[in-house]
Design a protein around this ligand. Sequence first.
Ligand SMILES: Cc1ncc(COP(=O)(O)O)c(C=O)c1O
Length: 386
Amino acid sequence: MREDNALESRVRARLAELRAQGLLRSLRPPAGIDLSSNDYLCLSTHPAVVGAFAAGLARGAGSTGSRLLRGDRDVFADLERRFAAFKRTERALFFSSGYLANIAVLTTLPEAGDVIFSDECNHASLIDGIRLSRATRVVFPHNDVDGLARLMESTPCTGTRFVVIESLYSMEGNRAPLAQLSAVCRSRRAALIIDEAHAVGLFGERGSGLVEDAGISDDVLVSINTAGKALGVGGALVAGPAWAVEYLVQRARPFVFSTAAPPAMASAIAASLDVVRDEPFRRERLQTLAQYLRRRLQSCGLDVRDDTSQIVPVHVGDNEAAVAIAQALQADGFDVRAIRPPTVPAGTARLRVSVNTGLDEETLDRFTDRLVHALKEAGVCSAASS
Ligand SMILES: Cc1ncc(COP(=O)(O)O)c(C=O)c1O
């Protein structure tokens, strides 16, 4: 490239700004003990899931087209039927990622004249979908049910009101007040859209998610359920009434204009659903380990919220300090990652510690000791008083 290339200069300046702000990321494959992935139940390496993926490959690697052209397969429809029964909805639709599923739902169901009320902690894929939709966007304070109700009263709407939330927030590790939010939606005839990315496979008696756990299935328009986290594979399923799912098939651009996922993914996800059904002890063990870690961190004076979720954010604040602490822990053999803006708001950089069933109490004890040490070394002593 020529040296006077204005675009290159601009991009280099942007990269330099990111470096100066402590926001430059680097790619780093897994190394050390997993305390950062979303493979909460360790299903990505479960023999039944891996075996189903391998067996699925016998029919070819790629789907070779969009579902509406030559990319459709019986294995997709089988998975969708099964997943709809799992979520107790009429239908489900498989997408090649949760990001695309969220874009699909939010750019297809809400239209101009509608208003989307969005929790301020929503994931980027929800935010991007809402931004791409033609509806008006109103952001409400995190988990603030009364604030949402007030905004619904004061915001004019000629069409449909939508409320978009996560059931378990990916960076906060806390739950949405589902019963109260669904009551607000019911009383104002708003359509509730719930991203169950970090809950599906983990919560509820059958492991179908927090919607099941809260008993609000009838109040939810659609849920988005990623299969790349607790289910250990990839892709996502949108579950809801037949009319909404059929409309996504007809009109959702990420469905219509994208090559279908490799069919073997669907075979593997079906195997994950078998494991969720047959091995409930995995999700029980996960909760036990998550509670253990939270108690250990609290006993060391860390400001860790009481919750039962598997996501345990450790707040640091400063971007560079968060990276330094993550690196110190990585050097000790713990794969912990720093989460910085724009993933989280400025000034709230953190370590997003996530628990999985491959861990044990002794490892969590060792991790707690090293974490407290690293926080002190980095001068983040307010978080660690002992
Ligand atoms: C809450 C939430 N929704 C959606 C997604 C996107 O899912 P996927 O990784 O399958 O694209 C993520 C991914 O991190 C997420 O945390």
